[in-house]
Design a binder for this molecule. Structure first.
Ligand code: SF4
Ligand code: SF4
Length: 230
C-alpha cells in the first residue's frame, strides 16, 4: 500500500471507530479534558495526518508549543502494542513502563478544547469513560471497549509498520522536520531519536477469548478497508 493510501485508510479507521464510539454511553463531554495529558502516544502516520491538517488550517504555530515542552517529563513507551501482544502470547515478561497523569496536561490543549480535534490521534479518541474521571480520579472502561481499543491500536500500528511510535510530543517534533517526513513517506524512515520506537506488523491479536466472536465483525470491517486499497 502506498503512503497516500495509508493516510486514507487511517481516516477510514477513525471513521469506523468514531461511529461505533458514538453509540456508547459515556460520561465524556465537551470541555472535559482530564484525559488530555502529556502522556498520549501515537504513530508517525497519525502525526503526519495532524501535520497536514495544521498546515491546511494555518495552525503550524502549534508545533512551537511542543518545542517549549520538549524537556518536560512525559510517558516514553518502550514497547509497541503489537510487540506487547507477541510477548504476551510467548509468555514473556512485559517491561515496566512509568506513566503518571500528574506529569502535566497536553501542551496543545486550549481552554479545555483540542485544537486538532478532527485529526486527534487514536490514543485520544479511545479514551472514554462511563463515569466522570474528574470525580473518580480514574476512567471506568467496559472490558469489551478495552478489547476494541487494543484491536484498533494494533491495526493502526500494523499499517504503519516500519515507521515510528512514541509520545505525541516526540512524534510531532520528528514529523515537523522535512527530511524525517519525507523519509517515512518514501518508506525509508530516517533514524529517529532514542525516544521513538519502531512500529511492528500485527502477528497476534490481544483480544481475549471471551471477546473474539463479538469483535469479529469489527475486525472484518478493518480488514475490508485494507483490501480496498491493495
Ligand atoms: S475519558 Fe474521562 S476525562 Fe476524558 S472526556 Fe471522558 S470522562 Fe472526561
Ligand atoms: S491532542 Fe487534543 S485530544 Fe489529544 S490530548 Fe491533546 S488536546 Fe487532548
Amino acid at each position: 500500500m502506498n503512503y497516500t493510501d495509508k493516510l486514507a485508510v487511517l481516516k477510514k479507521i477513525y471513521k469506523i471507530y468514531d461511529s461505533m464510539a458514538n453509540t456508547w454511553s459515556t460520561a465524556c463531554r465537551r470541555y472535559c479534558a482530564a484525559c488530555c495529558t502529556c502522556n498520549v502516544t501515537m504513530t508517525t502516520l497519525e502525526g503526519d495526518l495532524i501535520a497536514e491538517e495544521l498546515a491546511a488550517k494555518d495552525k503550524t504555530d502549534l508545533f512551537d508549543r511542543l518545542n517549549t515542552v520538549s524537556d518536560n517529563r512525559r510517558f516514553l513507551p518502550g514497547i509497541t502494542t503489537n510487540r506487547l501482544a507477541e510477548l504476551c502470547v510467548q509468555g514473556q515478561a512485559i517491561p515496566d513502563e512509568e506513566s503518571d497523569p500528574h506529569w502535566g496536561e497536553c501542551s496543545l490543549l486550549v481552554d479545555n478544547q483540542c485544537p486538532l480535534y478532527p485529526v486527534r490521534p487514536f490514543g485520544c479518541r479511545c479514551f472514554v469513560s462511563t463515569t466522570d474521571c474528574r470525580i473518580n480520579g480514574y476512567a471506568d472502561v467496559d472490558p469489551f471497549v478495552i478489547s476494541v481499543n487494543n484491536l484498533f491500536l494494533q491495526y493502526i500500528e500494523h499499517i504503519d509498520a516500519g515507521n515510528f511510535f512514541g509520545n505525541m510530543t516526540d512524534i510531532l517534533i520528528f514529523i515537523n522536520t522535512t527530511a524525517h517526513r519525507q523519509g517515512i513517506r518514501e518508506n525509508v524512515p530516517k533514524q529517529a531519536s532514542g525516544s521513538l520506537i519502531v512500529n511492528q506488523p500485527l502477528k497476534v491479536l490481544l483480544t481475549p477469548p471471551e471477546h473474539r466472536e463479538k469483535i469479529s465483525p469489527i475486525l472484518n470491517a478493518l480488514l475490508q478497508i485494507q483490501d480496498d486499497y491493495v
